[in-house]
Design a protein around this ligand. Structure first.
Ligand code: BG6
Length: 488
């Protein structure tokens, strides 16, 4: 595998949860697997007054915690942390960026690094405009070196509406070139999500069936058992639509629905993604009441940092159509929610039944064929079809042909952040969202959010924690497709 060039990674918001829970453990895994550049260092930056040693000692504990049963020599963590530094400074103040510049120059010299830098915004979203602006004012957004680079990785949420997403895009593009901006969506870093493209475009047998002639409907779900935990402040302003659908489920859907790119390179792939988003049929106001269901789990309003009269949705089920040649008339369903019975993300392709049913009771009168792409947990792909039960007569039984990722016993399933960080280091933006796709997805979602805002608590349905979401989901008219959890 190609190794990334020697470079420096600066993480803003390094004293936060994302850095210790995801970024540093993922970078450590890459280090252990020999995938980091030969010369690489990480500079964490945040306001908290740590020194290098204190920061590394803390990260040591987190990396160890994240190992979950893996038995690496602890000495490896120390070796890795020798390349990790910390700068305490006020990243909202452009006048303080000389400290960052000095530290960068010092580290580049110490580690003999070229002027290749990735900035990672692991900060609260309010900083997404401020930090790049300060980088601009201090000249750190550019390199003078002909073979140097600057890249910036921006975490979600990328805007809270079409307007704010556009504004953020405009702001960032005024400071960095589009190809230097990496908008992260950790769902695209999941192995099983990437495998959708391989399953579709490396096999001749699925693609001929992958259209409205043979597919009856498509469900994409991501359900969770946890509630909002300690993220009430963020979540109450976001809700399930912004938190899960606008980004993760939309991206997942684009991999299912897109046309084959002419070559497997970032821009042709991202061109196909944006075409899908632009083909989604916009809702009328009437559609929104009939095709989108929002719910809130009982007890949500008592969660910490949640408004006692909050109308924020913790559950969304929706039906929509993609108006193009391939998908004409095929309903797509999204389901997502917190405090549901199961933690599971999957895509289910329901194929049409045979034109004529020859066998009595054939798959209960419906289609025998269903392809399930299980994203997590128990990553797998399974195809269901009808077979004859042994013995007299022709009784049909639905059986399953399964592939489980854990059967590839020697293959390591990397965490989403490992893949995405490595891609950014390599300059591969295939699995990152492009500005036009992001805006197109907001364009579809925005009217729903506005409609809900106008409606207040009207048509907000409540559900018991641990149950299958609000009963009203049935209005989507999906006979068997009520919730991913109900079907099992
Ligand atoms: C995050 C959301 O982006 O995705 C969380 O902010 C959600 O609310 C999480 O819990 C789900 O991710 P995963 O990988 O556990 O499905």
């Amino acid at each position: 595998m190609k190794k990334a060039d020697n470079q420096l990674l600066v993480i803003f918001g390094a004293s936060g949860d994302l850095t210790s829970r995801k970024l540093l453990p993922s970078l450590f895994e890459l280090y252990v697997r020999g995938l980091l550049p030969d010369r690489f260092c990480i500079l964490g930056a945040a306001r908290t007054a740590y020194g290098d040693e204190e920061f590394c000692a803390e990260q040591h504990t987190h990396i160890l915690e994240a190992q979950k049963g893996k038995t690496y020599d602890e000495g490896l963590i120390d070796d890795f942390l020798e390349n990790v530094y910390y700068l305490a400074f006020d990243s909202t103040n452009a006048d303080e960026y000389y400290k960052l510049r000095e530290r960068i120059e010092f580290l580049q010299e110490k580690h003999d690094l070229p002027d290749k830098i990735i900035y990672y915004l692991a900060t609260p979203p309010v900083m997404y405009e401020i930090v790049p602006q300060c980088l601009l004012e201090s000249g750190l957004n550019k390199t003078e070196s002909p073979d140097g680079f600057r890249r910036i990785i921006v975490e979600k949420p990328f805007g809270t509406s079409l307007e704010s997403a556009r504004q953020l895009n405009d702001h960032l593009r005024h400071i960095f070139h589009e190809e230097e901006i990496y908008r992260i969506d950790h769902y695209l870093g999941k192995e099983t999500v990437q495998n959708i493209l391989v399953l579709r475009f490396s096999n001749g047998i699925f693609e001929p069936l992958w259209n409205h002639n043979y597919i009856d409907s498509i469900e994409i779900s991501a359900t969770e058992t946890l509630g909002v935990e300690n993220r009430g402040k963020y979540y109450d302003g976001a809700g399930a639509m912004r938190d899960m659908i606008q980004n993760h489920l939309m991206q997942l859907m684009s991999f299912i629905a897109m046309e084959s790119p002419s070559i497997f390179e970032p821009e042709p792939i991202r061109d196909e993604i944006v075409k899908v988003f632009r083909s989604i049929r916009p809702y009328t106001v009437l559609d929104m009441d009939k095709m989108v269901v929002r719910g809130q789990y009982i007890g949500y309003r008592e969660e910490k940092n949640v408004a006692p009269d909050s109308n924020t949705e913790t559950y969304v089920a929706m039906k929509f159509f993609i108006d193009n040649w391939r998908w004409s008339g095929v309903p797509f369903y999204f389901y997502t929610g917190k405090k549901l019975p199961e933690k599971s993300s999957e895509v289910v392709i329901h194929f049409k039944s045979t034109p004529h049913q020859l066998f009595v009771g054939q798959c209960s009168g419906g289609s025998c064929n269903k392809l399930t792409i299980r994203i997590q947990p128990n990553e797998s792909i399974s195809l269901k079809f009808g077979l004859k039960m042994p013995g007299a007569g022709f009784e049909v039984k639905q059986v399953s042909m399964d592939f489980r990722y854990d059967s590839l016993s020697k293959s390591y399933l990397p965490d989403a952040y490992e893949r995405l960080l490595l891609d950014a280091m390599l300059g591969d933006s295939t699995l990152y969202a492009r500005s036009d796709a992001l805006e197109a997805s907001w364009k579809f979602i925005d009217p729903i959010l506005l409609h809900w805002k106008e409606e207040g608590s009207k048509n907000l349905f409540f559900y018991e924690p641990g149950e299958d979401g609000p009963e009203e989901t049935v209005i989507l008219g999906a006979e068997k497709k009520v919730c991913a959890c109900q079907r099992r």
